[in-house]
Ligand binder design. Structure first.
Ligand code: ZN
Length: 656
């Protein structure tokens, strides 16, 4: 491990807090030191208060901030002397501690200080850095962990036996530090948890962390416990029905639809195929901090009933020793490891499922290296339980406000790269769904930077490509809840006597046949949608009110509408709703160039504006209006509606 400090970069930060921001980000850049909100840092600064008096403050990382991206407002200023005096109390409950931290901040709007704030305050150095370094938890999750740490560091560090974070840990660290620290102490190792470094200078404190962790990594290398992570490029075959059934079961345990994300990873492939998983992955997380993301154990195999039995037994065993009454959390696994399916992470959002996968990626390193060092040995169940059911940890997961309507659900939109398709993609993402956009246009791949967006270049009239796209969807997210059939073509106007067979067949193949194939291929997935499958079909005003010159288009959309009606009849027993939208005169789509628009307006002897609003309500229709109806029709308000045909045209006297 190398220091990332660069004098050139550091120069931009001229004050103490600025340098704290800089070195915190350096720590955050290395996921083998801290992962997703893990770790915390602080700096002690004396500032004048509003009365003109000097006041010593601890600027400590606030909850909700990641070290990698932290900035000045991410550090909460807390009165230092008060914190030091708190550490001398005999006891302090969690609610009392949080109250003391929050009510002794000098900026009322600052985030809640880290639960390790008191610990930071008691260490008599200006800068304090804390990480959950992989190498340290690897060595300490081991039968001889403590003696190995002594062997590596001699008297360079103070060692603290495992104890849950919070007030008791802060008090213990303060005591042990007072008794054991000396002029050459560089840090403090917390067994099964992580490591602290400190100094009066930002660079020195940061580089002590790097020095100490590097020593641990070198120790692993010397003991042939470093290059022991196998990779296997052979991916697993996907059984999409099995995956959708698994998602439905897990969602029902979680009480809401969940994303099942199978990351493409050679490391995960190799790990899932091991023969010793019962021993290695069924012990517990690498550090208790991870339990709120991963639960104590991954589900090994696909037996959800057994997982629930085991989780319930774990809860009832360990809650007996809890300080207060606990309510069992949902018993749904957050990780599935199966010899035929690989490693699958489970969460309410794609972002969170990615976090679980990231954590497990590092957990595998820790487990396999600790195994090579003589045997992985996680903390006892009680310690993990206490952390999982610790109110302060649970608070980290509780976000304010209610979740968007389609949280945990998955939508697939054909023709998603432009017009109504793209507007539907955006509207569904905004409503909380994970969204797959299919389009012929390769730009679809990178069209949106959202973590829950998956763009796939796909010709929907090519069955092989479509099947692959559906497999990709199920691999990435676990199933399908909503299907938006939008892809279609509108050929140049031709009268019936002029239509050639090729044009007719081409329109039918894209506007009708491809949709039949999509429906058929997605049926088994929609059938297993936790809240019932939904199909939204983009029809056309031309179905109820056709015009001359568009026979192929109108006939294809009419046939599609009839297909939708029969589908609604057949799939109703599976809880799948099928509805059709008939938009008209949506001009912000690819086919309506300014020239075409002007020509059509001229044809009716109207201005472009008058032409655009030529409907009963006199309103202009946009793709986003149709997309809003797609979201509505897939939502709770239409939960008892199927086979409906809804116009979205501002009111058309021929349709009415
Ligand atoms: Zn920690």
């Amino acid at each position: 491990m190398k220091s990332l400090w660069k004098d050139e970069e550091a120069k931009q930060y001229t004050d103490d807090l600025g340098l704290r921001v800089y070195t915190s980000r350096l720590l955050g850049k290395d996921p083998s030191l801290v992962l997703h909100g893990g770790g915390n840092t602080s700096v002690k600064i004396t500032q004048q208060n509003i009365l003109g008096e000097d006041e010593a403050l601890l600027y400590v990382k606030g909850s909700g901030w990641d070290l990698e991206t932290i900035d000045r407002p991410g550090f909460s200023p807390v009165k230092l002397n008060h914190l030091i005096r708190l550490a001398e109390l005999e006891a302090l409950s969690d609610p009392q501690m949080v109250n003391e931290l929050r009510s002794n901040m000098t900026i009322a709007s600052a985030p809640t200080p880290s639960v390790e704030a008191i610990l930071h305050a008691t260490l008599p150095f200006k800068y304090v850095d804390h990480t959950h370094a992989d190498a340290i938890v690897t060595i300490t999750n081991n039968a001889k962990g403590k003696s190995r740490i002594e062997e590596i560091y001699g008297d360079e560090v103070v060692i603290i036996d495992y104890i849950m974070p919070g007030f008791d840990l802060a008090r213990l660290c303060a005591e042990v530090f007072k008794q054991q620290a000396h002029a050459k102490t560089l840090g403090m190792v917390l067994l099964n948890h992580g490591i602290f470094s400190f100094a009066d200078d930002a660079k020195e404190s940061y580089e002590r962390m790097i020095y100490l962790v590097d020593k641990a990594e070198q120790y692993l290398q010397k003991n042939n416990a470093w290059d022991v992570i196998p990779h296997d490029d052979k991916d697993f075959n996907l059984d999409k029905q099995q995956r959708a059934e698994l998602r439905k079961k897990i969602s029902s345990l979680a009480g809401q639809p969940m994303i099942l994300h199978a990351r493409k990873s050679a490391k995960f492939n190799a790990f899932a195929r091991r023969d010793d998983l019962v021993k290695t992955c069924q012990q517990g997380p690498a550090t208790p901090d991870h339990v709120i993301r991963t639960k104590r154990l991954p589900m090994l195999g696909l037996d959800t009933e057994k997982y629930v039995r085991d989780y319930t037994a774990y809860f009832s065993t360990y809650q007996q020793n809890a300080r207060d009454e606990k309510t069992m959390l949902d018993p749904a696994p957050r990780l599935v490891i199966d010899k035929e399916n690989g490693v699958i992470s489970v969460e309410k959002t794609v972002k969170d499922a990615n976090i679980v996968a990231d954590i497990y990626d590092h957990t595998i390193d820790v487990i396999l290296r600790a195994e090579a060092l003589g045997g992985y040995q996680a903390l006892p169940g009680q310690d993990i339980f206490d952390m999982e059911y610790w109110d302060l940890e649970q608070a980290k997961l509780k976000k304010t406000g209610s979740a968007p309507e389609f949280t945990g659900e998955i939508a697939l939109v054909s023709g998603g790269a432009s017009g109504i398709g793209l507007a539907s993609v955006d509207a569904l993402l905004a409503a909380g769904a994970a969204v797959v956009a299919l389009d012929l246009n390769p730009a679809v791949i990178d069209l949106r930077k959202h973590p829950a967006y998956l763009g796939i270049e796909c010709d929907v009239s090519d069955r092989r490509q479509m099947r692959q796209a559906i497999e990709q969807t199920v691999t990435a997210f676990g199933g399908l809840d909503m299907l938006v059939l939008n892809a279609g073509i509108f050929p140049a106007g031709k009268r019936v006597n002029e239509i050639d067979d090729d044009l007719w067949r081409n329109v039918m193949s894209i506007n009708l046949d491809a949709n039949l194939t999509l429906l058929r291929e997605c049926y088994i997935l929609l059938k297993h949608a936790p809240n019932g499958g939904r199909v939204a079909i983009i029809g056309s005003k031309n179905v109820p009110a056709p015009g001359p010159g568009a026979a192929a288009y109108s006939a294809s959309k009419a046939a599609l509408t009839q297909l939708a009606r029969v589908t609604a009849l057949e799939w109703g027993k599976d809880g799948i709703r099928v509805n059709v939208l008939h938009p008209d005169a949506v001009f912000d789509t690819g086919i309506w160039t300014p020239e075409v628009l002007e020509a059509r307006a001229k044809h009716y002897a109207l201005s472009v504006d008058a032409y655009k609003t030529k409907n009963v309500l006199g309103v202009e229709l946009k793709s986003s209006d149709v997309a809003a109806l797609v979201v509505a029709i897939c939502g709770a308000g239409f939960s008892k509606t199927t086979a409906a045909q809804i116009p979205i045209d501002g009111g058309n006297d021929r349709v009415i």
